[in-house]
Design a protein. Structure first.
Length: 258
């Protein structure tokens, strides 16, 4: 599939496509020696609704049976991450930022994180994306995610033997099923659907995020995410107290919690 295939349907998606397409390269390009984090910082307005596109909120699946999601299906805030396991900045986010967000917001029911496989670095990216989905079918996606994003993991590559080793490290119980699922049609279709959604937003590099309809490109500093999540939670609370429709979905936590 071509990387330059934005499927822009509504004005909100078009605006997000412009933002992600322009910012994502700067935010995810290799850092200069000695530099840390992303050089492009997303600004978060004091107005919780600024930069938010209602059409993009619908990208959240809020499916309690989603094995590649973490947190309550009815959480007021949903962070969707489009990422590649071969992406260095995705690994930085996974190691440094995401655990803080889980402890601070997922654990108290404020935040739900929904993963989207967005492999853009070739065959190994595609293979490890399918493998992560296969691990999820046995309830071990987030454990596989942690192993695949460990410091130095991507440098070892993601060949078949390495994927099997990661599955074992993640505690995937049935290795034969894992191998079959990784190469199966269902895994390929699941990854393709995630890719198409990312391309429809104009995402050209990883990681890219949506937080209740607000696009964020790149492994931004922790403060960008905390400010965005808190602004989204504030807006959701105001909407609920004002008689607007509350978040929908089951109160049951999604499977796969580390």
């Amino acid at each position: 599939m071509s990387r330059s295939k934005p499927i822009v349907i509504v004005s909100g998606v078009a605006a997000a496509a412009v933002l992600l397409g322009v910012v994502s390269y700067t935010a995810t390009k290799p850092a200069a020696p000695g530099a840390s984090g992303s050089s492009a910082v997303a600004e978060v307005s004091a107005d919780p609704s600024a930069g938010v596109y209602a059409e993009l909120e619908a990208y959240a699946r809020r499916d309690a049976s989603d094995k590649l999601a973490l947190g309550r299906a009815d959480a007021p805030v949903v962070l969707i991450e489009y990422a590649d396991f071969k992406c260095g900045y995705c690994g930085k986010f996974a190691r440094d930022t995401e655990p803080v967000l889980v402890k601070k917001y997922v654990d108290d029911g404020t935040l739900r994180i929904e993963w989207r496989n967005f492999p853009i670095f070739g065959e190994e990216s595609e293979a490890v994306a399918r493998a992560s989905w296969a691990a999820g079918q046995q309830g071990r996606f987030w454990q596989f995610h942690r192993a695949a994003y460990a410091e130095g993991a991507k440098e070892k590559g993601f060949g078949k033997e390495r994927l099997a080793a990661l599955a074992e490290e993640a505690g995937v119980p049935d290795a034969a099923r894992f191998a079959k699922d990784t190469d199966g049609a269902a895994a390929r279709e699941a990854v393709r659907a995630d890719q198409e959604q990312g391309y429809s937003l104009g995402a050209t590099s990883t990681p890219s995020f949506l937080v209740n309809g607000r696009p964020i490109a790149g492994a931004q500093p922790l403060e960008t995410f905390t400010e965005t999540i808190e602004a989204a939670a504030k807006a959701a609370k105001a909407k609920e107290s004002g008689g607007g429709p509350a978040a929908t979905g089951s109160a049951k936590p999604s499977p796969g919690t580390p």
